[in-house]
Design a protein around this ligand. Structure first.
Ligand code: ADP
Ligand code: MG
Length: 272
């Protein structure tokens, strides 16, 4: 078994990267998959929203693991991995990751550090989701190099076309220089409020521009705006534990199903 690695990236903050990482991981777990989330954001929001509310008190985090790899020290694979009660695992992060990102500047093969770790642990999981930080810096590049594909959450109330183009161009660059197999899983529209004409127009536009582009693509489903999503963050659990019947839970189950379908399609194509 060799799990699939999906980075959840967008250099814009607040577009639901972390919310997507947590709830997609929980949804895939509900489909019977073994899932790990890597928190690759020094803010540790993913770590905190899974209930580890004081990330800075954690002894072993992604920063220590990556530092050991940089120093060519052997890593104990299980070390630092937290087991969430909903079944998924978490490799947590805290502010120390910010220092590590700065230190990477002087490191040989600095883009490949996270990949070295992911290649070791991917045999234990069906899916590894990487929750990226809001920048296109070295940690995000590390995530894109370690990943098989990228999910790009985009907030519908604000389509930063320029930002999106910049992200897509970074992905192309990573593909050309460092990870030729990197795919875009799709743009995922988040915080969608269907009551506004602007949003409805924008959904059509995004599907027109990016849905038809074989190098990008869009998810057929979208994530509606709901206060349930915000409330969940402080509960330390996913939406499935907090409000399993709400529309956000249904939406993320749909996204998980689309991810599973993409993989089934790819497998069939591989067999041809
Ligand atoms: P990012 O990781 O991209 O910075 P977050 O996942 O932290 O974004 O989300 C930013 C904020 O928006 C959080 O307060 C989160 O609770 C809220 N949020 C996320 N998804 C939704 C949604 N579908 N509806 C309403 N609020 C949401
Ligand atoms: Mg985040």
């Amino acid at each position: 078994m060799k799990g699939k690695v999906i980075a959840i990236a967008n250099q814009k903050g607040g577009c639901a990267k972390t919310t997507t990482a947590v709830n997609l991981a929980a949804a895939l777990t509900r489909y019977g998959k073994k899932v790990a989330i890597i928190d690759a954001d020094p803010q540790g929001s993913c770590t905190a929203s899974l209930g580890y509310v004081q990330p800075d008190d954690l002894k072993v985090t992604l920063a220590n693991i990556m530092t050991d790899i940089v120093n060519e020290e052997g890593i104990d694979l299980g070390e630092g991995i937290l087991h969430h009660k909903e079944g998924m695992d978490l490799i947590p992060a805290n502010i120390e990751l910010a220092g590590l990102e700065v230190a990477l500047i002087n490191v040989m093969s600095r883009e490949l550090i996270l990949k070295a770790y992911v290649e070791e642990i991917r045999y234990y999981y069906d899916y590894i989701l990487i929750d990226c930080m809001p920048s296109l810096g070295m940690l995000t590049i590390n995530a894109l190099v370690a990943a098989d594909s990228v999910i790009i959450p985009v907030q519908t109330s604000y389509l930063p076309v320029k930002g999106l183009e910049q992200l897509l161009s970074t992905i192309s660059k990573v593909r050309r220089q460092l990870n030729k197999h990197l795919k875009v899983e799709g743009i995922l529209l988040t915080m969608v409020d269907m009551r506004t004409v602007y949003t409805r127009d924008m959904i059509v536009k995004v599907h027109e521009i990016y849905g038809q582009d074989p190098k990008v693509g869009t998810f057929a489903g979208y994530i509606p705006r709901s206060v349930r999503a915000e409330e969940t963050c402080s509960e330390g659990v996913s939406i499935f534990k907090y409000r399993p019947d709400c529309k956000i839970a249904r939406a993320y189950l749909g996204v998980a199903k689309e991810v599973l379908d993409h993989d089934a399609e790819e497998e069939t194509r591989g067999e041809d």
